[in-house]
Design a protein around this ligand. Structure first.
Ligand SMILES: [Ca+2]
Ligand SMILES: [Ca+2]
Length: 468
């Protein structure tokens, strides 16, 4: 029996390895945004555009939400894409693959004018909902990621139409292709979608995004302070307006100049795509592994007292990490799954804003973290495991520093005390595989940081399969 379990787990891990994003293959990503409800969608769009070479960007769709119930604002997206067009040549000095302004303008679409499920059903198609269907219909087997920064009724309309007009098998195929990450439920379409399409891959902190949502939702970890999210431990000084003035708004060209002053909090919608950046840490098909966009586990969330409807099915939702904060205390929180990476996330954005105005030699570029062994290692209880990141390099010739981090929450092995990694600041380290009674996974993250300005970090994730 045990052997079957071992073989089963090994196969599962092998499949996991196969399913991971092949190097060089881009994710397909679409954004639905209630831009112009407050400044933060504009902020998120600017950050998104500086990463647009990471993905095949499939659509930028203006929608409504509980904060903007009447008419979507695609003209604002176009204005930002125009500003991007002015800096694209400069971005291309630093990395390949930035899409043309003309192409991005061609994929700006408008959702239906109207709020929530009142704008879903017969006669409620829009160029936005038709565009989602067209993207799903492309002869392309890669998943389609839909990042929802406002209401999700445009996605609901697309799925409604497929369900009403096509055979069940085609609906099944469309649902299987979708990967949805919404920033709370900013209309009543999210709960409807989850109930109606029970197999749909869906990441969300459920419930209306309204007063109080900050307190519950993972996404507040992007920048929430003690007033917006009621948490401490995170470093607020690298997400506030003075930091954004220095690193984004001022002296950073026409795109940076469009970055508005924060009204409530910086970029509440950004976690929906931070986890899709190809940085060696993120593993989009595995939200429970954790990454820049936070960590999420697959379960049926309990009813929140302010939420009007019980969740009917398992979804990818809030998980907690225990993280040492800047106040030198440990914090156990869902928001910590995002803010634990904040320094690296903000430095990375600052570097990309530099890329919009500076030459190659005047700017910094991320290191390439590399392992001298496979990322999946099968080991035995009590075995000494050697890990080696010494092949890591930096395109600027910067000096590299290393840190090996045991990511306890990401693995199946639940160990009360942190796993000891000897000399964890070295390129090569060793650790003792823990005692297990059944095959368990243990995640160890290699962080490689350069000494450029700003310092940039890339990662490799090692998954140990520890056998009894
Ligand atoms: Ca929004
Ligand atoms: Ca560098």
């Amino acid at each position: 029996m045990k052997n079957f379990i071992v073989i089963g787990l090994s196969l599962l891990l092998l499949q996991t390895a196969i399913k991971a994003q092949p190097p060089g293959e881009k994710l397909r990503v679409m954004v639905l945004t209630d831009i112009e409800n407050e400044p933060d969608d504009t902020q998120s769009t600017i950050r998104f555009l500086t990463y647009s070479n990471n993905w095949d960007v499939e659509g930028l769709v203006a929608t409504t939400s509980v904060h903007k119930k009447d008419k979507p604002a695609p003209e604002k997206i176009r204005e930002l894409v125009n500003a991007y067009g002015q800096v694209r040549d400069n971005l291309l000095l630093h990395e390949k693959g930035y899409p043309e302004e003309k192409y991005l303008l061609s994929i700006v679409k408008e959702g239906f004018s109207g709020f929530g499920m009142m704008a879903v059903g017969a006669g409620k198609d829009s160029e936005g909902s038709d565009w989602i269907i067209a993207a799903l219909d492309k002869k392309d087997n890669r998943p389609l990621w839909v990042c929802v920064w406002g209401g999700s009724n445009c996605l609901a309309q697309a799925l409604w139409k497929i369900k009403m007009t096509r055979p069940p098998k085609q609906l099944e195929e469309a649902v299987a292709k979708l990967r949805v990450h919404t920033i709370s439920d900013q209309d009543d379409a999210g709960p409807w979608i989850r109930k109606t399409f029970p197999n749909l891959f869906y990441i969300v902190s459920p419930g209306y995004h309204a007063a109080g949502a900050y307190n519950y939702s993972t996404w507040a970890g992007i920048s929430g302070d003690k007033f917006h999210g009621r948490f401490t431990g995170a470093n607020f000084s690298i997400v506030n307006n003075p930091w954004l003035d220095e690193n984004v708004r001022n002296n950073h060209g026409p795109l940076g100049a469009k970055y508005p002053i924060t009204k409530f909090m910086m970029e509440g919608d950004t976690p929906s795509f931070l986890g899709l950046i190809n940085n060696g840490l993120n593993d989009p098909e595995h939200p429970d592994y954790g990454g820049w966009g936070g960590r999420y586990e697959y379960y049926t969330p309990r009813l929140q007292k302010w939420f009007y409807e019980t969740e009917t099915r398992p979804i990818w939702s809030d998980a907690v990490d225990e993280v040492m904060g800047v106040d030198s205390n440990y914090h156990t929180s869902n928001k910590a799954t995002i803010w634990r990476w904040r320094q690296a996330v903000q430095n990375d954005f600052a570097a990309r804003m530099d890329w919009t105005v500076k030459g190659y030699k005047e700017a910094n570029h991320p290191p390439k973290a590399a392992l001298n062994h496979p990322a999946y290692l099968q080991v035995k209880t009590g075995e000494t495991v050697s890990l080696d990141g010494s092949n890591s390099t930096d395109p600027d010739g910067n000096k590299l520093s290393f840190e090996w981090m045991y990511y306890g929450e990401a693995g199946s092995y639940k160990f009360k005390d942190p796993l000891e990694i000897k000399n964890k600041d070295n390129a090569k380290v060793s650790l003792l595989a823990p005692k297990v009674v059944q095959p368990e996974t243990v995640h160890v993250i290699l962080k490689v940081t350069d000494n450029g300005t700003p310092a940039l970090t890339r990662y490799q994730r090692v998954i140990l399969v520890v056998m009894p």
